[in-house]
Design a protein around this ligand. Structure first.
Ligand code: PLP
Length: 376
């Protein structure tokens, strides 16, 4: 939460929930990443928050962009990035989208299987490809599962196939899971990447780059290490596994870049109980899973919530959204402490909402409009 956001909210009252993002925090975070890993290029993960003001700021600061779709590529270009600063980082792409990205000048693509390599070879001849390897996501609050990546033994086949098809077998990527609390989580994957560099070099294919993905956390309820601790641990691992043959490296921070820059102001719609002797209140907000807070799924991300009554006595409550859908409950398994005096009509401030909120918001579920967003 920043004074600028609080001041904006005071001056601009609203009846609807909205996200306010402070660009000063994004700028500070960009510099923190650039400083913590000075030889590593930053590719902002556009999916975290594609607001034009954020992309424009990062483009001016010198950031590169990790894009998941043609639309994100167009957004990065519109913000001032040149195509050589863009990676099409999604391993699952339609061939015509690869062709469109190529037409727009993009020459760096993620793959994790031979079929995807063949698409890139046909639609973006001569481009650089990096192969994503599986990561177990241990230590992450939002793990990315087995959906992306392949086992290392397959990665070497995929990259050799790319080489044979005239592509540049450029490197290895991985993602250690989003909201990764363990600064050492990159070590195993870097050891594997170094092994693949050696193995492919023996076959005459010289990889150049390791894409170390995202995973850098925002501070929600739980304390997390700062960016410098991640930088030091990653640099130690790079040195351990690559020695004096350091590869080109990139990181793709999303949450760590914009999470703490944003705050949602919401309103209490109802406070009620299910029986006279129910010990736990239900607090219903005017925002829920369908209007930006999707990452409360399985109660994975626990946002800090502030009220004007903080400091007064608290009691556990269930927090839910406003729609007529029974899954629209934010925190129930682990109830949330909020002031006993919290009342209908009170505003609440939900912190660290800059990442993965606006784009998750539905277009109009139950008639509620998408989450409004302001960048200051
Ligand atoms: C390919 C890729 N890179 C980077 C990110 C950003 O991750 P984070 O928000 O954990 O930094 C994601 C998130 O899903 C991703 O899929």
């Amino acid at each position: 939460m920043t004074d600028r956001i609080l001041d904006y909210l005071r001056r601009n009252p609203s009846d609807a929930p909205r996200l306010v993002v402070d660009l000063d925090v994004v700028e500070r975070n960009y510099h923190a990443f650039a400083h913590a890993l000075p030889d590593t290029r930053v590719f902002y993960a556009v999916k975290a928050n594609p607001a034009p003001e954020i992309l424009g700021l990062l483009a001016r600061l010198g950031s590169n962009f990790d894009c998941a779709s043609v639309v994100e590529i167009e957004q990065a270009l519109a913000a001032g990035a040149t195509a050589d600063r863009i990676s099409f980082g999604n391993t699952i792409k339609k061939e015509r989208d690869i062709a469109r990205a190529y037409e727009l000048g993009v020459r760096l693509f993620a793959v994790d299987c031979e079929a995807e390599v063949e698409k890139v070879a046909r639609a973006a001849p001569g481009s650089r490809v990096f192969c994503r390897i599986l990561c177990d996501g241990a230590g992450a609050e939002w793990p990315l599962s087995k959906k992306f990546g392949c086992v290392p033994a397959m990665a070497s086949i995929v990259l050799e196939h790319a080489h044979d098809l005239g592509l540049v077998a450029y490197g290895i990527s991985f993602h250690v899971g989003s909201q990764q609390g363990n600064v050492e989580a990159w070590d195993n994957a870097l050891a594997t990447a170094a092994g693949l560099f050696r193995e492919l070099a023996e076959r005459g294919i010289n990889l150049a780059m390791v894409n170390m993905g995202g995973g850098f956390p925002a501070k929600y309820l739980r304390a997390m290490p700062g960016v410098p601790a991640y930088g030091e641990a990653i640099f130690r691992s790079l040195s351990r596994h690559f020695g004096n043959r350091m590869p080109e490296t990139i990181i793709e921070p999303g949450r760590g870049m914009v999470g703490e820059a944003g705050m949602i102001e919401a309103e209490v719609v109802l406070v009620s109980k299910k029986s006279a002797d129910d010990e736990v209140r239900w607090v219903y907000l005017d925002i829920g899973k369908f209007h930006g807070l999707a990452e409360t799924m399985d109660e994975a991300i626990r946002y800090p919530i502030r009220t004007l009554r903080d400091g007064e006595a608290t009691a556990p409550c269930v927090i839910a959204g406003p729609t007529c859908d029974s899954v629209d409950v934010l925190y129930e398994k682990t109830p949330y402490e909020l002031p006993v005096s919290l009342a209908i009509g009170d505003k609440v401030l939900i912190e660290a909402c800059g990442a993965y909120t606006t784009t998750y918001s539905s277009v109009g579920f139950n008639g509620f409009p998408p989450l409004a967003s302001v960048v200051i």
